[in-house]
Design a protein around this ligand. Structure first.
Ligand SMILES: CC(C)c1onc(-c2c(Cl)cccc2Cl)c1COc1ccc(-c2ccc3c(C(=O)O)c[nH]c3c2)cc1
Length: 229
């Protein structure tokens, strides 16, 4: 059973996860603008920039995050943004957005100059997340666990991050038993997705390089968080 503290922690994280979403007018743009590769790239850049802002706000609401060393907070954000955005966009796909967003988002990603060799692993990941049928609480806590990864580059106080992440892992483990009682290994499968996220973030670094080579422009926020340009 979950303790009172664990239930309070889960509520705080799920509320933050729901409170911070991409503004609807930005998400709606996916449906409106036309389909040139240039236009798609610009739209995805706008979505990513908006999503980074949403992630920063969500992260600040993770209990204990703001008590971490400031430089470690930055290191965790920089190190986890791509993975958290793969998780978030995967959830958008598995949510089967009502007004066809999913199809449009997939189309725009497929036609945005991303080299084909990254498409397969990316959409395999989206499929594997969809098959898990995560509940919202699991999505929110898994995102927090991804952000609180102690072995990100440049993290100094490894232990402080590990303590926070461990608290989240304990909540997630209990939540999985509650939500998927018939699936013994559900928790293990969820954590397996975090390994897949690491591979995707390596692919993403190569995607960035190939976009940079073709002189694609990013926003100042993305340049800062992804150390491009
Ligand atoms: C700079 C650009 C070209 C880029 O580089 N790598 C990636 C990239 C890609 Cl192409 C795939 C995965 C991860 C990244 Cl960073 C991207 C595009 O990133 C994103 C990030 C996030 C959304 C995203 C989030 C939420 C919602 C949402 C809702 O919540 O209601 C409704 N629509 C959503 C859309 C889309 C695209």
């Amino acid at each position: 059973e979950m303790t009172k503290e664990q239930r309070a922690l889960m509520k705080a994280i799920v509320d933050a996860y729901n409170r911070h979403q991409i503004p609807q007018d930005v998400a709606k743009k996916l449906l409106q603008e036309q389909y040139s590769a240039e236009e798609n790239f610009l739209l995805l850049t706008e979505m990513a920039t908006s999503q980074v802002q949403v992630l920063v706000e969500f992260t600040k609401n993770i209990p204990g995050f703001l008590s971490l060393d400031r430089e470690d907070q930055i290191a965790l954000l920089k190190g986890s943004t791509v993975e958290a955005m793969f998780l978030r966009s995967a959830q958008v796909f598995s949510r089967k957005m009502p007004n066809g967003h999913t199809v449009v988002l997939e189309e725009r990603i497929r036609k945005s100059g991303i080299p084909d060799e990254f498409m397969t692993p990316m959409f395999n990941f989206y499929k594997s997340i969809g098959e898990l049928h995560m509940v919202q609480e699991e999505q929110a806590i898994l995102t927090a666990i991804t952000i609180l990864m102690p072995d990100r580059p440049y993290v100094k106080d490894h232990q402080a991050v590990e303590r926070l992440q461990e608290t989240m892992l304990n909540v997630l483990r209990k939540l999985c038993v509650l939500q998927h009682p018939q699936e013994q290994q559900y928790f293990a499968r969820l954590l397996g997705r975090l390994t897949e996220l690491r591979t995707l973030s390596h692919y993403h670094a190569e995607m960035l390089t190939s976009w940079k080579m073709n002189d694609h422009k990013f926003t100042p926020l993305l340049c800062e968080i992804w150390d491009v340009q």
